[in-house]
Design a protein around this ligand. Structure first.
Ligand code: PMP
Length: 398
């Protein structure tokens, strides 16, 4: 698999363990971007010439592909966005004020990424709703029992990551969705970290909305997806206005195109859509049970290796989907990451856009290693050896 990623030929010595931030791109995705710009570069939904028709047709065919990929009931339920952040903000800004009233409740987990936390917090402030943050487990994972306990008849929105980005913990969304639906609420699922690691069926999941980013699933940056159940999307107002999202515009009023175009104002990221298509095809060609087994092997090897180093504190569990977060007592995570970088090991260190979670774990930051299909046991060995060396460098050998 690694050979399909030109990045590794360009960086032969680099151990890349930051795929939860962004994945590397296989040649097929790079080819798709080039193919669009060289062979099919025309705007969509506008031109009255054959090339523009063909490009529009391909763009809409890719919408169908994404719908099938997520098992959405129809292509109109797929909105192309700039990414997960953009998708979640769209729901919060359009569906939110329409649905949530003063005194209602919006429920999230303390393990959410800021992009699935702040939009809801700000919506609550705007409409006078209660923003409820469910506590996490001792390992920093979303606690389904704690979330369930906080669902009340006033819960209008439950927003959860299916897989969290600090620990890689998998959240049993379906069970919680059933409870929220029973009180008439909706469920918004942040799939930024789940789509790279598992097949997703939005209907089986009970998701009313589902968001993910192209760049974390071997696709390009600047392209993402929002899935929404058709009756919900249909009733929502657009939040961006401009070209191609209208039905009719006069001096005094405007009406909107049907979904999904009413949410895609302006020229979309057409090349990104082509690249996303290639990335999803690439992802679908994988055997998920093999992917899961390999990731489990890497996570287990890394956790086992790090446990041998005195002072290492691990977060999350062994069932994490391709993410291991840790700290080394006495060494700031940023210093550790800088040391690792000098050994050509790229990891992320920081709060991971999850400050509410860091506050609960009682740390300012962690070091996070995250895997994708191109990582190998040799990458794990390099990281473990480098952390052991860092310990000696910063703390001496005692
Ligand atoms: N949610 C989660 C769980 C994430 O890991 C990320 C990316 N770090 C996001 C949302 C935001 O994704 P993007 O930056 O692509 O919009």
């Amino acid at each position: 698999m690694r050979e399909q990623f030109p990045f590794f030929a360009a960086h032969p010595d680099l151990v890349y363990l930051d795929s939860a931030a962004t994945s590397q791109k296989p040649q097929v995705v790079l080819n798709a971007l080039q193919d669009y710009y060289v062979n099919e570069n025309a705007n969509v939904h506008r031109g009255l010439y054959r090339l523009a028709f063909a490009t529009t047709e391909r763009y809409e065919a890719i919408r169908q592909q994404v719908a099938a990929f997520l098992n959405a009931a129809q292509a109109e339920e797929i909105v192309f966005t700039r990414g997960t952040t953009d998708s979640l903000n769209l729901v919060a800004q359009s569906f939110g004020p329409q649905t949530v009233r003063a005194g209602d409740e919006i429920l999230v987990s303390a393990a959410e990424h800021h992009s699935n936390f702040i939009p809801w917090q700000q919506l609550a402030v705007r409409v006078g709703a209660k923003f409820v943050v469910a506590p996490v487990t001792a390992t920093g994972d979303t606690d389904p029992a704690a979330v369930a306990k906080l669902i009340t008849p006033r819960t209008r929105i439950l927003a959860l990551a299916q897989v969290t980005n600090v620990t890689g913990g998998l959240v049993p969304v379906r069970q919680l969705a059933d409870l929220v639906h029973a009180v008439g609420g909706v469920v918004v699922v942040d799939g930024a970290q789940s789509v790279p690691h598992m097949p997703v069926d939005v209907q089986a999941l009970g998701a009313d909305f589902f968001a993910f980013s192209g760049h974390k699933v071997y696709g390009p940056t600047g392209i993402g997806v929002l899935y929404g159940r058709l009756p919900l999307l249909d009733a929502m107002p657009p939040v961006q206005f401009g070209g191609e999202m209208i039905d009719e515009v006069t001096d005094v009023r405007s009406t909107w195109a049907p979904v999904p175009l009413k949410f895609e104002a302006g020229t979309p990221n057409i090349a990104g859509v082509y690249g996303l298509s290639a990335a999803l095809t690439f992802l679908q060609a994988q055997d998920w049970s093999t992917v899961r087994a390999r990731e489990f092997q890497l996570v287990t090897a890394l956790r086992t290796g790090l446990t041998q180093i005195p002072g290492v504190q691990l977060y999350g569990t062994a069932n994490s989907l391709g993410i291991v977060s840790f700290t080394l007592t006495g060494v700031h995570p940023h210093d550790l990451a800088t040391f690792l970088d000098e050994q050509a090991v790229a990891v992320r260190a920081g709060h991971h856009c999850a400050q509410p979670l860091m506050a609960r774990l009682g740390v300012p930051a962690t070091v996070r290693a995250s895997f994708a299909g191109y990582n190998t046991p040799a990458d794990v060995a390099r990281l473990v050896a480098a952390v052991a060396e860092a310990r000696g460098y910063f703390l001496g050998t005692d």
